[in-house]
Design a protein around this ligand. Structure first.
Ligand SMILES: Nc1ncnc2c1ncn2[C@@H]1O[C@H](COP(=O)(O)OP(=O)(O)OP(=O)(O)O)[C@@H](O)[C@H]1O
Ligand SMILES: [Mg+2]
Length: 509
């Protein structure tokens, strides 16, 4: 059998940040036309390895061979020129520029023989590239007005515009619905068929199994191994990533369900959702699921004071309340873990402990002054509880890996001490070990009498954690199931659009 050509070899890669060895003697090789999954826990070093390869970071040791020839990736442009394109974990686009400008930035199309940029040509080529990806995004649209999924397609178009031989996707679906993820993945498969090599970083093992040809595991900055995907199974991969087996993934406890703490009656926001009514009890995890666009996030936004309803009533502990702002929501004992954590949840230049203590600074004041000791203590408590990977609570939030940043946002939420906790997609982008930790916290909180509204697209999460589940369809609650009644087919059926002619199952988000 002919051995496939190696496009990329990375050997002995070591990268040291002040106080941390993010990568220690790591290797990775990539064949032509393969999808190679790179997996590991939050903070394992995946994004760092990609940043070394794409010239964003310089390694402290190690070498990179591209098509057999040793190369130095001195800066991101050098990597681009060599046909390496990356969709980074956090989008790196220019929101104020047009789609076409984003695609061709640094590679603008000039009129032949003239130094001037031809915008017409740029536009046309952008349109053709997007069309080749099956997309009809307007090249003149402003980037910032597009959805995350559309922005990612633009980034792929940009990769194609440089005839990329290697495409890297770092956690590309964390912000996408299932259907958008499937579209992205079918594009990836198409590119593979044409010989492009792809490195895929994802915490969703389902994705790895449906796409990847081989998989490499990193743990704590170390190389653990590389396997053909067919030689592996989930249990083994989890064990390699986490270094132990996880036997209690869904630690659901039977907590006594207490008094109603949140009651919503006939809540409507025109154009988004209508006549939404439900009750959340103390000790209960209430699941809320449905397709993207069904109105889940919009309901949550009203409950947390981000937007106002047009109609309906909200009762907290039996008393009607008007939740006029996020601040008011907190005062009434309602906390929200937002879906978009990067934008809404963190002050990136601030330290981890300052972020954690921010919502309740009043607790750390002594005679009007902040007590650093008290802040550090609370910071440490949550760092330990959620196993946040830091050297100390003084590390800035921006120096943390993506998943660890999420755990800081969850800590913030927990410090508020609210009785009613709303979590919008709490485990997107979080590794398996931390998922188990977050589930444990949710179940512990419920057992202590908190009420949790769990908004999730992950069917197993809803099935295994919820005491009851609400399903939304086209802005209305279409079904309510008890724990005994819940089954995947029933949830799906309740979520599907009533108009059967519209394609269904693939849209479950
Ligand atoms: N610019 C930086 N300065 C200091 N430390 C950093 C920096 N970037 C990453 N690190 C540290 O290096 C380690 C590896 O981080 P990296 O972002 O590569 O993890 P990851 O595997 O991509 O995790 P995730 O799944 O959470 O995205 C972490 O401990 C992180 O805190
Ligand atoms: Mg990362």
């Amino acid at each position: 059998m002919k051995k496939q050509a190696l496009v990329l070899q990375m050997e002995g890669i070591t990268k040291i940040f002040p106080g941390i060895r993010a990568l220690d003697d790591v290797r990775l090789d990539l064949r032509r036309g393969e999808i190679h999954a790179l997996i590991g826990e939050n903070g394992a070093g995946k994004s760092t390895l990609i940043k070394v390869f794409t010239g964003i970071h310089q390694p402290d040791a190690g070498l990179i061979r591209l098509n057999g020839e040793e190369v130095e990736m001195t800066d991101p442009l050098a990597a681009r020129r060599r046909g390496i394109a990356a969709i980074h974990q956090h989008l790196a686009t220019y929101p104020d520029l047009s789609v076409a400008e984003n695609i061709f930035i640094g590679n603008e199309q000039t009129l032949s023989g003239l130094p001037a940029i031809s915008w017409r040509k740029t536009r046309e080529m952008a349109k053709a590239l997007l069309a080749s990806l099956g997309s009809d995004i307007d090249p003149m649209a402003e980037m910032g007005t597009l959805s995350v999924a559309q922005q990612q397609i633009v980034e792929i178009a940009q990769a194609l515009s440089q005839n990329a031989q290697v495409l890297i996707m770092d956690e590309p679906t964390a912000a996408l619905s299932l259907r958008e993820s499937e579209e992205l993945y079918s594009i990836a498969k198409g590119l593979r068929a044409k010989g492009t090599s792809i490195i895929l970083i994802s915490h969703r093992l389902e994705d790895i199994y449906s796409l990847a040809d081989r998989v490499t595991v990193l743990r704590d900055g170390h190389y653990i191994g590389t396997w053909d995907i067919g030689e592996t199974n989930t249990e083994m991969l989890v064990k390699h990533m986490v270094g132990r087996t996880i036997d209690q993934f869904y630690p659901k406890k039977e907590a006594p369900v207490g008094e109603p703490i949140l009651k919503v009656d006939g809540l409507s926001r025109t154009g988004f959702f209508e006549e939404v009514s439900f009750t959340l009890h103390a000790g209960e995890i209430l699941g809320l699921t449905g397709l993207v666009g069904a109105g889940r996030t919009e309901v949550v936004e009203v409950l947390s004071g981000v937007t106002r309803p047009d109609k309906g009533h909200i009762y907290i502990l039996g008393e009607e309340k008007a939740i006029t702002s996020p601040h008011e929501a907190l005062r009434q004992g309602v906390s929200l873990l937002p879906e978009d954590r990067q934008k809404q949840g963190l002050l990136l230049p601030w330290s981890v402990q300052d972020n954690i203590t921010l919502p309740r600074l009043d607790r750390h004041k002594k005679r009007g002054l902040l007590s650093p000791g008290s802040e550090a203590k609370t910071g440490k408590e949550y760092i330990d509880m959620l196993n946040i990977k830091v050297r100390s609570g003084q590390d800035t939030a921006e120096s943390l890996s993506g998943g660890n940043q999420q755990k800081v946002v969850i800590s913030k939420l927990l410090t508020c001490g609210s009785r009613i906790i709303i979590m919008d997609e709490p485990t997107k982008g979080v590794d398996v070990g931390s998922k188990a930790a977050i589930y444990q916290i949710m179940c512990d909180l419920a057992a202590k009498g908190f009420g949790i509204l769990l908004v999730s697209s992950e069917m197993p999460e809803i099935l295994n954690l919820s005491d009851r589940a609400l399903v939304m369809r086209e802005g209305r609650i279409s079904a309510v199931f008890t724990r005994e009644e819940m089954a995947p087919e029933k949830l799906l059926k309740a979520a599907m659009p009533l108009d059967k002619s519209r394609k269904g199952s693939a849209e479950y988000a």
